[in-house]
Design a protein. Structure first.
Length: 354
């Protein structure tokens, strides 16, 4: 009984804080200058003087400075631990029955995969989240029985692919709605994971499967959305109540605008599909922030898949990833403008567009 009271208190507190701040957070992360950028004397256009207050400035055309404000700003020296410390409260609320969506947005090469997947030595949000979910579920094992499973999907050219499936997968995967109104993809493999030691292999298998059938893995990855879904089934051992919730962790396709003149055929189709899904995502989140009566989830496979974890009482966290280099300033400004729109700061004009 004491535990249930504590739990109710914690949820109430969490909701009060969430309500005050809204359910959408935007964190901005800037990668370091690369070796090549340093050797070719690229300069940094990002001013981090007020990063602690969530502000950053971008110097464009040599002198004009444009300022942006987000919930957090990470400088190139902030590491995976710093980032996860801020992201983890949202991620672990999936254990309390919330649906959550965390995604990384930005130009190719700005660190989306670094933030979400990370590297073997420097693991990112995906692995750290699962690690913490196992730790907490163990701590709560006297009161809750948790069942955790993962799926890894890729959306490329508006088609869904199951990255954990082995063998030939000619079957077209489609999104279906269940009788309770939640969305799922019948036939997709859900790997039940019981311990953190199993997780890295499952995540790597998903990541490696992206290369299959493509000539250039880097190019392919930058044009597809990689989506990890963590499903949590919880049984309250005190009252027998069961809940089911989903956490989506998404490494989006690169947001760069392609030069119109040299894009044709398959590349043009890819570019149009990326544009379509990223702008659909922006439209959905800003419609949610504006409390619009119609939320256009069905405009892309990406938003349709994420539907249960965007809106209602679910929680959304966007990482807007940027490059510090003067060579990328156009793309950087465009990503920061997108993120500002998502954060719902410009509610007036956004509301009119939808
Ligand atoms: P994206 O997924 O956006 O295309 P990547 O995650 O592949 O970008 O990052 C591009 C390169 O920059 C990689 O070599 C990655 O390790 C490095 N990188 C990105 N962000 C950071 C960071 N915060 N600290 C150190 N290296 C980073």
């Amino acid at each position: 009984v004491k535990y249930n009271e504590e739990m109710a208190q914690r949820k109430k507190l969490f909701n009060e804080v969430q309500e005050a701040k809204g359910n959408i957070r935007v964190f901005c992360r800037c990668r370091p200058l690369s070796k090549v950028e340093i050797s070719t004397r690229c300069s940094t256009v990002v001013d981090f003087d007020a990063a602690k207050d969530g502000c950053l400035g971008i110097l464009s055309n040599g002198s004009t400075k444009k300022s942006f404000r987000f919930d957090r700003v990470y400088t190139p020296i902030d590491d995976q631990v710093d980032v996860f410390a801020d992201a983890s409260p949202m991620a672990i609320s999936v254990l309390d029955g919330y649906n959550v969506c965390i995604f990384a947005y930005g130009q190719t090469g700005t660190g989306k995969t670094f933030t979400m997947e990370g590297t073997d030595q420097n693991r990112g949000v995906n692995y750290r989240t699962l690690e913490l979910l196992f730790k907490i579920s163990k701590e709560r094992s006297e009161t809750f029985a948790y069942d955790i499973s993962v799926s890894v999907l890729e959306v490329y050219n508006e088609q869904i692919r199951d990255l954990l499936a082995t063998g030939p997968t000619s079957k077209r995967l489609e999104i279906k709605q269940t009788s309770e109104g939640s969305h799922h993809v019948p036939g997709v493999l859900e790997a039940k994971v019981d311990s953190i030691s199993e997780v890295w292999n499952v995540l790597q298998a998903g990541s490696n499967a992206r290369a299959v059938g493509s000539n250039n893995i880097n190019e392919h990855s930058s044009r597809s959305h990689c989506m990890l879904c963590i499903m949590v089934r919880a049984k309250n051992l005190m009252n027998g109540e069961c809940t089911k919730s989903k956490l989506w962790l998404v490494d989006l396709a690169g947001s760069e605008r392609l030069a119109r003149t040299d894009v044709q055929g398959e590349r043009l189709k890819e570019a149009q599909n990326i544009n379509r899904s990223l702008s659909a995502l922006g439209d959905v989140i800003s419609a949610l922030a504006a409390k619009s009566s119609h939320i256009p989830y069905r405009n892309s496979k990406l938003t349709h898949l994420l539907q249960d974890s965007l809106g209602g009482d679910s929680k959304t966290l966007m990482f807007v990833q940027i490059s510090p280099s003067d060579q990328d300033v156009g793309e950087t400004l465009s990503s920061l403008n997108f993120a500002t729109r998502v954060r719902g700061v410009e509610l007036g004009p956004v509301k009119k567009q939808i």
